[in-house]
Design a protein around this ligand. Sequence first.
Ligand SMILES: [Zn+2]
Length: 426
Amino acid sequence: MTALLIRNATLTDGRTDQDVFVESGNIRAIGPQLSAPPGVHEIDAQGWLLSPPFVDAHFHLDATLSYGLPRVNASGTLLEGIALWGELKPQLTQEALVERAMQYCDWAVAKGLLAIRSHVDVCDGRLLAVEALLHVKQRVAPYLDLQLVAFPQDGVLRSPTALANLKRALDLGVDVVGGIPHFERTAEQGAESVRVLCELAAERGLPVDMHCDESDDPMSRHIETLAFHTQRLGLHGRVTGSHLTSMHSMDNYYASKLIDLMYEAQVNAVANPLINITLQGRHDSYPKRRGMTRVPELMARGVPVGFGHDCVLDPWYSLGSADMLEVAHMGLHVAQMTSQAQMRACFDAVTVNNAHILGLAGYGIAEGHPADFVLLQARSPVEAIRLRAARLLVVRRGQVVAQCAPATAMLTLPGRPATIDWTLSR
Ligand SMILES: [Zn+2]
């Protein structure tokens, strides 16, 4: 394996003029002006930002790129999206599932997104999507870490076969136990589903990641039950509540108690800014709620918070491009996280925080870690978000897996520079 030396990079902790030496797939040394061993391939980063790769903590690879099949979501609501997915499911083929997922993974790599936690619907008795994504997981493993969550889209109790199918999916090698308590028939059934699924995860030694309280109903409080069973079963740190949008609408007093409980139980939270701002508040007139969970308050309390892309071109969302900087950009706006520290925290929400939630080993640019990184055409993490910076270079285990030309434009204005510089040079 050839050695690689990145010259003159800026790192996400603010260090500038850093060289990163990579050999046999691992980072061997970091520092200014490292000496180059003979035969090493050198790349001048020209002061651009070298970041650990993006990580997506919440996605649906089985539904992605199916936009318009068999029709488009007319109301734009979560519930019509679920109904639409139900119409599409019987028509799915394994080939088409694999092809769409592989195409999305190509997009992801090009955007420097090298780890994805994807939910996979287990409610189809054929487990077609499970088999397809297990196959994709293997195929992309050399360049992308794919983690799969057994997701009972129709409700693990509401659908008569879902629990058995979910267990079969875990037997086949799906990594994480999923759930959707707010979609069960009653609040009691929702709470019961959380208990059943947490016990299953405890039994099998698996993590949990539930779609939880994806609703504008302030009384949707399954996250409380999830935190309770996390503590009761000693699952601290292994459990994630995804969406948690009802927290947006909750009474402040109750939310303050709840956030403490989540912290105590070491439950992770994942917001999906692009989707939450699109799907929530659809039953409101004006004012319309934003519907994203309480990101700054959770972060301030020390709850690990990640951002997910959730959907790209599927029954729930008609846009998207595997760009986690777009996700961070939207999250920052929806949560009004505009201070320097908060904007920086939004960059962490699509990198280190998600890596923590996925439990990725050796993540980050440090000596001894796998050489996985992305060179962004920006001088800092906040500038990367502002510009949705071009991914100049994407490296996985020391190999360049994607490259892209710098974003620029030629000007023909008298007395003005000939090329655009998008950065703030101070
Ligand atoms: Zn989801």
